[in-house]
Each structure stands twice: as C-alpha cells, then as structure tokens.
Design a protein around this ligand. Structure first.
Ligand SMILES: [Mg+2]
Length: 462
C-alpha cells in the first residue's frame, strides 16, 4: 500500500526493545513556561526510542510534562512500549485504528485510565514513536504520510468508539472527499511553507512585564508576527497594566490580534467577572478560563462573554476525543486546541480534527513549549491539507530549541513544513547527556542541584 523503500519490507521490521529517558530542560530559569498556575516549572520530555532489528531505524517519541511529572510518565512509557515489542511494522500499521484500540486495551491499566491521565500520556508517547518509525520507513515526514492517504486510509487510522453519535466512519470519508479535489493545491502551499501561519507567546509569559515585555513584543513584531498571546490570571490590576502596555505598542489596529490565557486558574463566575474587566483590551479569546474538565462551565463562560466579543479556547488538557466531542456539542469553544502529546498521538488528533470540522470550529494546536511545535507543525499541515481545507494558526515557542534535532522553523511568520522523514523527534548531540534527569551534567551542576530543591508549589497555603 505504501511507497516502500526498495529494500524495505514492513513485515521484516521488528521492534526489538526500547529506551526511555527522563529529559528535563530548566525552562524555569528564564521565566519561560510560567503562567498563573505553573510557577517555576521545567519542561520535561519523557523520551522513548523504539529499537528495531535494523540498527539504523528507530522510532522516536515524546510525551510531555512539567518537571517531576516526568517520573510517572516515564513509567507509563515503559508499560505501553512493552505492548509493541516483538511486533512488526506491518502488524502495527496495516490498520492503525485497530492498533490504537489494541494499545488502550490493557485491562489491568484501564482502571487508572482509560484513555486519560498519565496512562494516556504514556500510550501517546509510544504511538508518537510508532508514527515516527512508520514515516521514517516510508521516507517521508508524518504530515506527508497522512496527506497522501486516501479518505478511506485516513479514516482507518481512527478508533471511532465513543464518537459515532457525532461522526461515523462513512460520514468522515464523505467529509474528507469534499476537500480531496483541491488537496494537491494545499500540499503545494505546504511545500512552499505557506500553509501554517504562526502566532507567538514569546512576549506573553507572566514573568515578563514592563520594559522586558515591550522589548520582546517589538522583537516579534519586527519578525513579522501579527498575533500574540499573553498569560493572565494572577492579579487583575497587573493584567490590566500589561494589556494596556501591549495596546500602547500595537494600538487597536485590526492588523494585530491578541489572545489571552489563564491556564485554568478561575472558577466559572470569577472567569466571567475577570474577563469582563479585560474585554476593553479586545482579546480575541480567553484560553483555559477554568477547569479543563468543566465542559458546561466553558459553555457558560462562552455565552456570557459573547456580547463582549471575546471567544473561548481550550484543549491542551482536554484528555481525549470524548472531552472534545462534548466541548463541541455544548458549543463551549470557539477554538479547538488539540495537543500532540496529550491526545493519543496522531490518530486521536485526526478524530478531533474531523469533529471540529463538522462543528465549524478551527483547530489551533496547543504548543507553549519546545518540542511540541515540532509535532504540531505536522498536525496543522494535516488539518489544513486533508481535513478542514482552511488555514488556521499555530503557536510558536522559543526556548532550548538548540537541543532539538529537527527544530521547527518559522519564516515570514509561517511554519516551514518539516522535510525530514519521521515525526521531527530527537535531540542534538550532547543534549541527552546534559539534560538527562537526575544525573545529566546540567542537573548535577550547582544551578541544577539548586533547581532540584526549588519549591514544589502551594507552600504558602497551609
Ligand atoms: Mg495555554
């Protein structure tokens, strides 16, 4: 079915084992990643390599967590990786929807899942590695692997259990066929790096204020960005001051847009009150105004803020396709923020893209950290080329990117489409030795040891 390398037969490629590394980057040192809920966290990349009987071919995957959350995720990566050891690439990719169902069917772990929480993060990391392996074996980037699928092949990658009340496989095929005729034009745009406009959070971290914020904002304007996101939610007066400062720089010209992100810090009435007071700064949307599980709460907030012209976005902690289904059914969101490492890999993202299209809601994948933009630039291409046919946008995230083997690139405020075979996962030489936790050279340095002793959060509460 797939354009096999001349010497390569998928049934000959066997997964023989795996390596799991607890990688943590000290992003707390420069305030990147700090928001109303997460103070002093470090970007963790629980990293898995699926090894094969071909020493040149591995499947690389990441999960994501903040700081010590990586300990649990690494254990889950091992648990789910055990399910693919001994399998051939042919067995795993012949029917990806069935493979996905197989991966979530370990009955002894479903009590602490199923399909959510840390077990799902582990399963997703392993499946990200399977997609990487598959695309490497074919010799194309993941986005192209999916873009070249027929609608039927696309749909076969999805487990439709729990979502057929909203979308069936037949309906999905029909929807995909509606945009199939113009797909080659969009592939061309992707190859010309014009398929995915970028927006930036670089000036918007809560730790940045005053002159530092204005300086970074001006730098990003000079780079061609016109859409910016700012963290809010710690202090109302401080939020007002920051957003006023932002508007002092960019004005209210429609050429520029701002969005704001509260990272779940409010209860529903508090979100509505707080946002009414920030509405004068004209944010396009408020992201994660409340608990990621509160679907009806998001619907209430969206309804209350509609007269103020402020939309609602969420999804980075929406744990599976069922949560997204209900957010869409309840008309709770204006923007669908799928996450490449929270949802169950490319497969589950494909399912959510289809449902978002059905409800006419744009998919704007969550990033916010290094390593994620590398994956989501594939997902945004897939959504534009194969599913929605409409351009969306994608968050940029700059920090510690020099440690990545395939760092995403932004040119003219658009993502450059990945070209290397695979899912853009892996680390530059030396990065693993430096940032491996707890014994990498950074983490055993004086600064690293100090960070290990940093407060864990909530210290002042009791
Ligand atoms: Mg966010």
């Amino acid at each position: 079915m797939w354009p096999l390398d001349k010497d390569m037969v998928f049934s000959d490629i066997v997964i023989t084992g795996y390596e799991v590394v607890d990688l943590r980057f000290p992003t707390s040192l420069d305030g990147i990643g700090v928001d109303a809920m997460h103070v002093g966290t470090n970007g963790s990349h629980p990293y898995i390599r699926l090894l094969t009987n071909d020493s040149k071919l591995s499947g690389d995957g990441i999960a994501f967590s903040n700081g010590r959350g990586a300990e649990l995720v690494c254990e889950c990566l091992r648990i789910f990786a055990d399910r693919v050891v001994g399998k051939t690439l042919d067995q795993l990719t012949a029917n990806m929807g069935k493979t996905w169902r197989y991966m979530v069917s370990d009955s002894q772990y479903r009590w602490i899942g199923p399909e959510k929480g840390v077990t799902h993060l582990g399963m997703a990391g392993v499946m990200n590695a399977v997609w990487d392996l598959w695309a490497k074996a074919v010799g194309v980037p993941v986005w192209r692997l999916v873009a070249d699928m027929t609608p039927e092949q696309f749909v076969q990658c999805i487990d439709f259990r729990y979502i057929t009340d909203v979308i069936t496989p037949d309906e999905a095929v029909k929807m995909l066929k509606e945009v199939e005729g113009t797909k080659q034009d969009r592939i061309k745009e992707a190859l010309e790096n014009k398929a995915v406009p970028a927006y930036t959070t670089s000036p918007g971290w809560i730790a940045f204020s005053g002159d530092r914020m204005k300086e970074v904002l001006q730098e990003t304007i000079d780079e061609g960005f016109t859409v910016f996101k700012f963290k809010v939610g710690s202090d109302l007066e401080a939020d007002k001051a920051r957003l006023k400062a932002v508007r002092d720089v960019i004005g209210y010209d429609e050429k520029y847009q701002i969005m704001i992100d509260a990272n779940q810090v409010w209860s529903v009435p508090e979100a509505i009150d707080w946002m009414k007071q920030l509405a004068e700064y004209k944010p396009v949307f408020i992201e994660e105004p409340t608990s990621p599980d509160d679907i009806l709460g998001h619907a209430t907030i969206r309804k209350a803020l509609k007269p103020y012209g402020v939309g609602v976005a969420t999804g980075e902690q929406a744990q599976n396709r069922v949560t997204f289904k209900q957010l869409l059914q309840a008309e709770a969101i204006d923007v669908c923020q799928i996450d490449a490492v929270r949802l169950g890999s490319v497969n589950e993202c494909m399912a959510v893209m289809l449902m978002a299209k059905k409800f006419g809601v744009p998919c704007v994948p969550h990033n916010g950290a290094m390593g994620l933009t590398e994956l989501t630039s594939h997902l945004s291409n897939i959504d534009y080329i194969s599913v929605s046919g409409k351009k969306s946008m994608l968050e940029a995230a700059e920090s510690y990117r020099e440690n990545l083997l395939y760092p995403s690139v932004i040119k003219d405020a658009h993502y450059v489409s990945p070209t290397a075979p695979g899912y853009s996962t892996g680390y530059a030489p030396g990065a693993v030795d430096k940032y491996k936790y707890p014994d990498g050279s950074f983490w055993t340095s004086e600064v690293g040891e100090k960070l290990k002793r940093a407060p864990k959060g909530g210290e002042g509460l009791i």
